[in-house]
Design a protein around this ligand. Structure first.
Ligand code: SAH
Length: 283
C-alpha cells in the first residue's frame, strides 16, 4: 500500500500578524473550501465573514474571534468602506486577519475593492480564490456551465449594481447575441426586467432557464422553466435568494446530470437531452 501524499507543515504559508488574507469560502458546502482556505481558518485570530459564508465553515476556526460583516442586496457602499477600514485597523493592530467571502472573492464580491483599500493602506494581502456559485452551484444542480455541444462562451452577469438597480451599463442585445449561456448573480429582485430585456433582445421565450437557490447546501432548490415563464414560475415557486439564474441549453443537461437526484434513486429523465442521437463521446 502506498502512503497518501501529505504536504509538510512548513510548506503551508503562514498567516503572519498584520496580514489580511482575502479568501473565498465557496458557495456553501464546506467540502468545497480550498486547502489554502482551511489553512487560513486554522491560523486566523480574527475572521470577518459575510452573509453568504456557511456557518459550518466557521467551525474550522474555533479559536478565532468571528466578526459578522453581513450585507445583502446592494446596501450602501459606506458599509463596504467600513468593512475595508476595519480590516486595515485589525491588521495594524497586529492581528492575523482572515476576510472570508462567499464563493470567489473576486467574482461579484467586492473583493477587488477591499484588496485595493488594503494595498492603499500598505497592508500586505494574500488572495485565496474560491469556487464561485455560478460555476460550482450550477454543478451541484447538474448543469455544466460549458458543454461542447451547447456553448463556446459563458457570460457572468450581475442583476444589480451599486445602486441596487439592474446595471444600465449592460448591453442586453449584444450579450444575447454573443453568449449562448448566461449565468446571472443577484438576479432575483429584477428578474422580470432581466427576462424582459433578454426576450426583447431576441432570446426565444422557450429557452431553458434554471434557478438554483442555496446551491450546494442541504437547502438547495432548483426551478426549471423557460425564459417566457420565468417571472411567473419563480414567483409561484417561492424560491428565495441567494440564487443563480442560468439561461441557455446547458440547463437541459440536468435531465441526464442531476447527480443529486440520481443519488436519491431518481432515474435520469433523458439520456440524450440535446437530441444528438449518439453517445456523447463519439464525436
Ligand atoms: N462572490 C460570490 C458572489 C457574491 S454575489 C461568488 O463567487 O459566488 C451574491 C450572489 O451570489 C447571490 O445573490 C447569488 O446570486 C449568488 N450566490 C452565492 N452563493 C449562492 C448559493 N449558495 N446559491 C445560489 N446562489 C448563490
Amino acid at each position: 500500500m502506498t502512503e497518501s501524499p501529505s504536504l509538510p507543515a512548513s510548506d503551508w504559508p503562514e498567516l503572519e500578524p498584520g496580514w489580511v488574507w482575502l479568501c473565498g469560502a465557496g458557495p456553501g458546502d464546506p467540502g468545497l473550501l480550498t486547502l489554502h482556505a482551511l489553512n487560513a481558518l486554522r491560523q486566523a485570530e480574527v475572521v470577518i465573514y459575510d452573509a453568504l459564508v456557511d456557518e459550518r465553515i466557521l467551525e474550522w476556526a474555533p479559536r478565532a474571534e468571528k466578526i459578522y460583516a453581513g450585507k445583502r442586496g446592494g446596501k450602501p457602499s459606506s458599509i463596504q468602506r467600513d468593512i475595508s477600514l476595519r480590516l486595515v485597523d485589525l491588521a495594524r493592530a497586529g492581528k492575523r486577519v482572515l476576510r472570508l467571502k462567499g464563493g470567489d472573492p473576486f467574482v461579484f464580491g467586492r473583493g477587488g475593492e477591499e484588496a485595493q483599500t488594503l494595498v492603499q493602506h500598505c497592508v500586505p494581502v494574500r488572495i485565496i480564490p474560491g469556487i464561485s456559485a455560478g460555476i460550482g452551484g450550477l454543478a451541484y444542480a447538474g448543469i455544466p456551465v460549458t458543454h461542447r455541444d451547447v456553448n463556446q462562451s459563458v457570460t457572468f452577469i450581475t442583476g444589480h449594481d451599486q445602486s441596487g438597480e439592474t446595471p444600465n451599463t449592460l448591453d442586453w442585445a449584444s450579450i444575447s447575441r454573443s453568449s449562448q449561456v448566461l449565468v446571472i448573480y443577484m438576479g432575483m429582485k429584477h428578474i422580470g426586467q432581466i427576462s424582459g430585456a433578454l426576450l426583447d433582445a431576441g432570446r426565444p421565450s422557450s429557452e431553458p432557464v434554471a434557478v438554483v437557490s442555496d446551491a450546494t447546501t442541504p437547502r438547495q432548490r432548483v426551478l426549471e422553466t423557460t425564459l417566457g415563464a420565468l417571472e411567473a414560475d419563480l414567483a409561484a415557486s417561492g424560491l428565495a435568494p441567494p440564487a443563480i439564474v442560468c439561461v441557455g441549453r446547458s440547463v437541459l443537461m440536468r435531465q441526464v446530470l442531476d447527480w443529486q437526484g440520481m443519488a436519491r434513486g431518481e432515474a435520469p429523465r433523458n439520456l440524450d437531452p440535446l437530441g444528438r442521437g449518439k453517445p456523447a463521446e463519439s464525436a
